[in-house]
Design a binder for this molecule. Structure first.
Ligand SMILES: [Zn+2]
Length: 889
């Protein structure tokens, strides 16, 4: 769903160059040799190891704070700026994890750890490290109202997920400081609902700049085992017998409530398995709905339905995972003996939900279907999902890009390790590295598996360059690069690798770590465990073999011209015409909110088009001579939403087209004519408005229950998506209208729901023609239609039949149609990421625009065959262009 680079920028700003120096910070007399790895942009080192300070008495948090006192590592207010998250104990090792506070506000992803060794009642500091920003000075007083931040988050997610936002709710979180530069104050907003394009549960945290209202980045809260619903084929049944810990209620029935584990303290610390009773998965995002029953049985034997829905597997598997982590020294997912809950038997709109996820508080499993058992039947999947809970309570690796791929990779590793240990799997078995190989009813393991930790993928050769619209910037697509390295280590060093990886996760890693940080954490943990030089070399070689070493991203090839390097606006969408483009972008450190830039598609410097007033700008559009966009403006008498236009040559200052209190989406411009969709709070939808020069704006969709989105203007004509949402079946049409005469034609329309297609691939007036996307069967496969600009003589360029395309986006010129299709994420490879493809406007053989291996995201057709697009190939995001298609790749 959400686009990426902002978070990548945060990570890049915070990680970058590491240098290794000897000689630690100032110490008491006779300091031992210490190693210090610095972190750019902060005085607090990434890693300090080899300390042997004089033992001090007191509790571990006090001793850890004492170590950091006196400005050591540049941390000034040790008592107020470090909030203890917990203490991890491993034999004599004690690690205190702190989270940074700035004037009392939580700093996103900034964890700092102090490592000690217990000697009697005293504690000897041995090391420290993580992420603490010593240069924060941002004010913690918000300017942008929290209520408006909710609207921004909801409407941006709605636009991105292809819906009209009707099914999305936004709930306020608190203030957070984003750790870049001097810091950015942000509102956290939780958006919940359905991703209309993917038909997946959506639960995302959006961080909105509390000065300007600009969305800074977003993070998915749902931790799945695979990106999309899993598709398999086959049919049969199976059954096996496992011991279960159940609980007999007062009414004599038995229920899946396990109070026999070490974490049970008389009131809490249970393993609970609930029956979702076939209800929709979307009801289970967040708090467990009141009245959801624990799975029960009249007899102590849980068979029949409890088996079929996966309750027995989920309950037994949770116990196995608990005991596995207990052997690593952990008391439950939160390490505090908190109850562990699973919900089984949920569906996806009445269809089987063949997937599973951790939502931050509990496990949710579908009930399987004709082809698959519940995913709870695969112990590695149970271990995988529950490990997400462990990660959340330890390093909290942010579910985005490389840190997210490590979050997934650790879940892969521990999931497989639990299974290997409980089922006695020999790692020499070629199928030992398969994840989720056992839930299919008939498919053989290798075909059933979701991933293979022995797939041999490396960063430079195989990293899937997703921009964030896909798989939270590749969290599943890139996980085996990291988990593969860990698995290789386990093959060589055996099960003690579990301890190394767990120690790295709980005592070294922090939320924004990238692969290179992960390598350092594993090596540091192993060194702390006193592994010999040979074993440490084995670990280093495993990471080398997967291409994980500092600077690996620079080795990825591309074939585009770069127009703008480093797109940091997470919702950047280019538009282009003539020889010009417009796009919004933020600064590298996000300190400037997105502004509108324009440049020439043949290259050269981009120029600022919007006012240099530090306000948040979005939805830019151009006809090649004029640009238009939307601004969230602090006018001095309240926040207003404005639409502006300005010549691209900047011969005049911006002209105010519209100002109001309601949300604006989808801008189009031609000369002094500007169209925009404006939220009508009375009817609960977006009306399409057009303003021509100084004349009063006109609402093109004033009728009750009729709405307008996605306008395109050319030669005095407008085309748009017309939605009938209130009376009769929800319909979506393409309308084309002569702006002078007001004559409008509705094109013969598919009876398709409005949030499936069309809003993400707007109709296009090319000059000579009107081109649009059509999915009459609502099967997710769309054709491409082309007619005269007035709607006459419509013809299918790509027929909307069963062989049509799963179109993701489309744009067109008089001669050429450019499109992308939804990725096939079942195989984690760059080949399956969205690619931009072109064909002649009247149809023909599609050819690739660029052979870049990664995601080619938001694009705009310019003239002829030229395209500009947002490209994620190089593990960062650029605005790219090519004049002609590359062809065979
Ligand atoms: Zn996962």
């Amino acid at each position: 769903m959400l686009r990426p680079p902002a978070l990548l920028a945060v990570a890049a700003t915070l990680t970058t160059a590491l240098s290794l120096v000897t000689g630690g910070p100032a110490q008491a007399a006779d300091p031992p040799p210490a190693q210090v790895e610095t972190r750019t942009g902060t005085a607090a080192p990434a890693l300090v190891s080899g300390l042997a300070e004089a033992p001090r008495s007191g509790d571990p948090v006090t001793v850890a704070r004492g170590h950091l006192r006196g400005g050591r590592y540049g941390i000034k207010n040790v008592d107020t700026d470090l909030a203890p998250l917990g203490v991890v104990r491993d034999g004599a090792d004690e690690t205190v994890r702190f989270e940074q506070r700035h004037q009392g506000v939580r700093v996103f992803g900034a964890h700092y750890l102090v490592r000690m060794s217990k000697e009697g009642d005293a504690h000897k500091v041995t090391g420290a490290g993580g992420r603490f920003l010593t240069g924060l000075s941002v004010s913690t007083t918000p300017r942008f109202p929290q209520q408006l931040a909710l609207n921004v988050a909801r409407s941006r997610v709605a636009a991105e997920s292809g819906g009209d936002g009707a099914g999305l709710t936004a709930e306020p979180g608190g203030l957070t400081v984003v750790p870049v530069g001097k810091g950015l104050l942000a509102w956290q907003v939780t958006v919940r609902g359905t991703d209309a394009r993917k038909r997946l549960p959506l639960l995302a945290d959006v961080y909105v700049d509390a000065r300007t209202g600009a969305p800074l980045f977003a993070s998915n809260r749902i931790r799945t085992v695979a990106e999309g619903p899993v598709v398999t084929s086959g049919t049969t049944v199976r059954g096996r017998s496992v011991p279960l810990n159940a609980h007999q209620r007062a009414d004599g029935k038995y229920e899946l409530r396990d109070r026999a584990r070490a974490m049970w303290n008389g009131t809490t610390g249970e393993i609970l398995t609930y029956d979702g009773q076939g209800r929709d998965v979307f009801e289970f995002l967040g708090d467990l709905p009141a009245g959801t029953p624990v799975v029960d049985s009249d007899t102590p034997a849980f068979t029949g339905k409890a088996s079929e829905i996966g309750a027995v597997d989920a309950h037994w598997g949770a116990g196995q995972v608990y005991e596995y982590y207990r052997r690593l020294g952990r008391n439950g997912l939160d390490d505090e003996g908190g109850s562990m809950s699973s919900v089984v038997n949920v569906t996806d709109s009445g269809r089987p939900f063949v997937n599973a996820f951790w939502d931050g508080t509990k496990m949710v499993y579908g009930g399987g279907g004709d082809d698959a058992y519940s995913l709870a039947s695969a112990l590695d999947v149970v271990g995988h999902e529950m490990t997400h809970g462990v990660v959340e309570h330890t390093a909290g690796l942010v579910y985005f890009g490389q840190s997210g791929a490590m979050n997934e990779g650790l879940a892969d590793y521990f999931g497989n390790a639990v299974q290997a240990e409980v089922e006695g799997i020999d790692l020499a078995d070629p199928d030992a590295g398969l994840l989720g190989e056992a839930y299919c009813r008939t498919l053989p393991p290798r075909e059933c598996a979701l991933r293979d930790l022995n797939d041999g993928r490396t960063g430079p050769a195989d990293y899937v360059g997703a921009t964030g619209r896909i798989d939270s910037a590749g969290v599943h697509l890139n996980s085996t690069i990291f988990s593969g390295a860990l698995w290789d280590i386990r093959e060589k060093l055996g099960p003690r690798t579990d301890k190394i990886a767990y120690k790295a996760l709980s005592e070294y890693m922090t939320p924004l770590d990238d692969f290179t940080d992960g390598r350092r954490a594993v090596l540091a943990a192993a060194a702390r465990m006193r592994l010999g030089a040979g074993d440490l070399l084995t670990i280093a070689r495993a990471f080398d073999a997967h291409g994980i070493k500092a600077g690996w991203e620079r080795r990825i090839p591309t074939d585009h011209d770069v127009l703008l390097r480093g797109i940091t606006d997470i919702y950047a969408q280019p538009d282009a015409a003539g020889d010009r483009y417009v796009i919004t972008n933020s600064s590298a450190d996000l300190s400037a909110p997105p502004a509108v830039y324009t440049g020439r598609v043949r290259g050269g410097k981009a120029e600022l088009l919007s006012a240099p007033d530090g306000q948040y700008n979005f939805e830019p559009a151009t006809d090649g001579r004029t640009g238009a966009w939307v601004t969230y403006a602090d006018t001095g008498s309240g926040w207003k939403i404005q639409v502006w236009s300005r010549p691209l040559d900047r011969s005049r200052p911006p002209t105010l087209v519209h100002e109001g209190d309601e949300d604006v989406l989808n801008v189009a411009v031609e000369g002094d004519t500007v169209a925009y969709s404006l939220w009508d709070p009375a009817t609960g939808g977006y009306d399409l408005w057009v303003r021509r020069g100084a004349a009063a704006p006109v609402n093109l969709t004033p009728q009750e229950g009729v709405f307008g989105r996605a306008p395109s203007i050319r030669n005095g004509r407008i085309a748009y998506v017309k939605l009938y949402l209130r009376e009769g079946p929800r319909r979506m049409l393409i309308a084309t209208r002569d702006l002078a005469s007001g004559q409008e034609t509705d094109l013969p329309a598919p009876q398709s729901p409005p949030d499936v297609i069309g809003l993400t691939a707007a109709p296009v007036l090319t000059g000579s023609h009107l081109v649009w996307v059509q999915d009459a069967q609502q099967d997710g496969r769309a054709g491409i239609m082309r007619a005269r600009a007035d709607g006459g003589a419509p013809a299918a360029v790509v027929p909307d039949d069963a062989s049509a395309l799963e179109l993701m986006d489309m744009d067109a010129t008089d001669t050429t149609i450019t499109y992308s299709v939804y990725p096939d994420l079942s195989v984690p490879a760059n080949e399956n990421m969205p690619k931009i493809t072109q064909m002649p406007a009247t149809g023909g053989t599609p050819v690739r625009v660029t052979c870049n291996r990664g995601e080619q995201a938001q694009f705009a057709a310019v003239e002829g065959t030229r395209v500009v697009w947002v490209d994620g190939t190089a593990a960062h995001v650029d605005l790219a262009t090519r004049a002609r298609p590359r062809g065979g790749c």
